[in-house]
Write a protein that binds this ligand. Structure first.
Ligand code: MTE
Length: 319
């Protein structure tokens, strides 16, 4: 399938998947020779407006996996984004004309820095980093995705939550005139998600603004979406317009829709099955029709970084 590109970007603005992978090899080779990985640049995050435009200076993160990323085509044509339809191909088909600019993010609640920020001003104080993460969907499929994003811990620190803030709630844009899937009540709009402050300030949590070194495609949540790789994919809320620091655990969309099936924590856990299917194994998208499923790892393999967050918590009850 051909990925349609809008006419306003020159081919030279786009990093091909092949060049992208070569560049990674180059960076990795440099890392071995130099004995250290590239230090994060002191560059401010600048995210161009044009669909598919190349992102500038991106530092490689030590949190990236070495597993081979899925193709750009897999990542951008097999999606869940109910605001653009409930079928896997719907977001790709229906989000092409969505305009993710101008865009604002409103910060509310228990923080010193609140207000409505233009997207460009919101991301500017932070460094862009490449994070190649596994993503495990609650539907038992998975991918490896080379995100580009900013550290959510840095964002939270910058907004200075007060001691009352125990959680961060997120909301997606709610505008049925721009998001045709919202004309149906497939979910109670807007899409909502949330994290504890400890989760939001874990070094793995990012707000993604790109993938494969280029601006985030609309269907993947442009201009900005959450990525928390140790949790099921539905925690990764797309098209964020609002962040609220709260004292109480916020309501979340899938929990509101089916509380028995989707919890607030939603940590990847092969030992706790979904009421309707096993979570022990997963199908890696792109591995071929006849490939066997692979075992799902506790916390999606990120236990070393996050297991301490859940010490003493019964993960069977707090699923
Ligand atoms: N965010 C919004 N606003 N609406 C959605 O329907 N789907 C979630 C999550 N974020 C969703 C969303 C689900 S179920 C998954 S698995 C991931 O997005 C999929 O992300 P991807 O399409 O970029 O792979």
């Amino acid at each position: 399938m051909l990925i349609r590109r809008p006419p306003d970007i020159r081919p030279s603005d786009i990093t091909s998947e092949e060049n992208y992978l070569n560049r990674r090899d180059f960076i990795r080779a440099g890392a071995v020779v130099g004995g250290s990985i590239l230090a994060p640049s002191a560059m401010a995050a600048i995210v161009p407006e044009a669909h598919g435009a190349k992102l500038g200076d991106v530092a490689r993160s030590k949190y990236s996996t070495d597993e081979a990323p899925n193709s750009f085509e897999d990542i951008s044509t097999y999606n869940n984004y109910y605001e653009f339809g409930t079928g896997k191909a719907d977001p790709y088909k229906n989000a092409q004309d969505f305009e993710p600019r101008p865009w604002t993010l409103t910060v509310e609640g228990h923080a010193e820095k609140t207000g409505t920020f233009d997207f460009d001003d919101f991301v500017k104080p932070f460094d862009l980093e490449e994070r190649i993460y596994r993503m495990r969907c609650v539907e038992a499929w998975s991918m490896v995705i080379p995100w580009v994003g900013i550290s959510l811990a840095e964002v939270v620190k910058y907004l200075r939550p007060t001691s009352k803030a125990k959680f961060v709630a997120f909301e997606t844009l709610n505008d049925p005139s721009r998001m045709p899937g919202q004309r149906r009540r497939s979910l109670d709009w807007p899409y909502r998600e949330g994290l504890t402050i400890a989760e939001a300030t874990n070094p793995l949590s990012i707000l993604a603004v790109g993938l494969y070194g280029q601006v985030l495609p609309n269907q993947n949540g442009a201009p900005i979406r959450l990525v928390v790789p140790w949790k099921y994919g539905f925690k990764g809320i797309k098209g964020i317009v609002r962040m609220r620091f709260t004292e109480k655990q916020p309501k979340t969309s899938w929990n509101m829709a089916q509380a028995r099936e989707y919890g607030f924590y939603a940590n990847v856990n092969p030992r706790v099955d979904h009421p309707r299917w096993s979570q022990a194994r997963e199908r890696r998208i792109g591995s071929g029709l006849f490939a066997s499923k692979q075992p799902t790892l506790m916390f999606n393999g990120y236990g070393e970084e996050v297991a301490h967050l859940y010490k003493g918590l019964d993960l069977r009850r707090n699923f």
